[in-house]
Design a protein around this ligand. Structure first.
Ligand code: ADP
Ligand code: MG
Length: 238
């Protein structure tokens, strides 16, 4: 579960081709980081995978099945939004259970999943609080909890830490990496931050104007950047 293949995936907004035909394979369990400068198409690519945008051309398959036309809810993936997407009037428990409630899941199964997610995220003693009574890091964990309860084939993160202060960001990076080690679920993580990419990724996808400049492990990209763009972006010595 969690193998994702893009074949010739293309996105145009009107006349503008934001993603020229692109091929990419993501293996089950990989932590993949999409990195590149602002406006290069990272969010668009993630939203195409999530089904939040329609592809102009090409195909997306998830675990060997064609998912190209499927709505987001049918793809078995979970997008983690920034913590400000929480509902302020709902308790942590209700916030985390929200997608399950929407799906009409039985209450006892909802409870079981929320308790399990809270345990993984060290939120058990905060379940009856509201987001306003939590720290920034705790709020971000609630946002992740809301994804975990869906037991997705992959987690999709779009710059989830960009509105946290620098110290908290470092801590949350470690928490997300640890979560990946525990769950071993595919994660796709979008960032414009090279340090985040280099420290978190199994595989980095360097994007520039919607094109893949290079795909490789952090060490491969550092040692053998394919071109000056990658070298400059990764901070490689050559
Ligand atoms: P990134 O996440 O890397 O900063 P985006 O994927 O948000 O980049 O945007 C890539 C390009 O697509 C940008 O030029 C942006 O202006 C354009 N774009 C994104 N969404 C839309 C949209 N809904 N309509 C028109 N253009 C868009
Ligand atoms: Mg973006």
């Amino acid at each position: 579960m969690g193998q994702i293949t893009l074949s010739g995936v293309t996105k145009r907004f009107g006349e503008t081709e934001v993603i020229p035909p692109l091929d990419l394979n993501i293996e089950d369990g990989e932590f993949v980081v999409f990195v590149g400068p602002s406006g290069c198409g990272k969010s668009t690519l993630l939203r195409l995978i999530a089904g939040l945008e329609d592809t102009t051309a090409g195909h997306i398959s998830i675990d060997g099945k064609d998912a190209t036309g499927l709505p987001p809810a049918k793809r078995g993936l979970a997008m983690v939004f920034q913590s400000y997407a929480l509902y302020p009037h709902m308790t942590v428990r209700k916030n985390i259970a929200f997608p399950l409630r929407m799906a009409g899941m039985a209450k006892d199964e909802q409870d079981r999943r929320v308790e399990a997610a809270a345990k993984v995220l060290n939120l058990t003693s905060y379940l009856d609080r509201r987001p306003g009574q939590l720290s920034g890091g705790q709020r971000q964990r609630v946002a992740i909890g809301r994804a975990i309860v869906r037991e997705p084939a992959a987690f999709l993160f779009d710059e989830p830490l960009s509105n946290l202060d620098a110290a908290l960001r470092v801590g949350m990076r470690l928490e997300i990496s640890e979560l990946h080690e525990r769950l071993k679920t595919t994660m796709i993580y979008v960032t414009h931050d090279q340090v985040e990419a280099m420290t978190m990724a199994d595989k980095i996808v360097v994007l520039n104007a919607g094109r893949i400049e290079q795909v490789g492990s952090p060490l491969e990209l550092y040692r053998t950047p394919r071109n000056l763009f990658v070298a400059g972006f990764i901070g490689s010595p050559r």
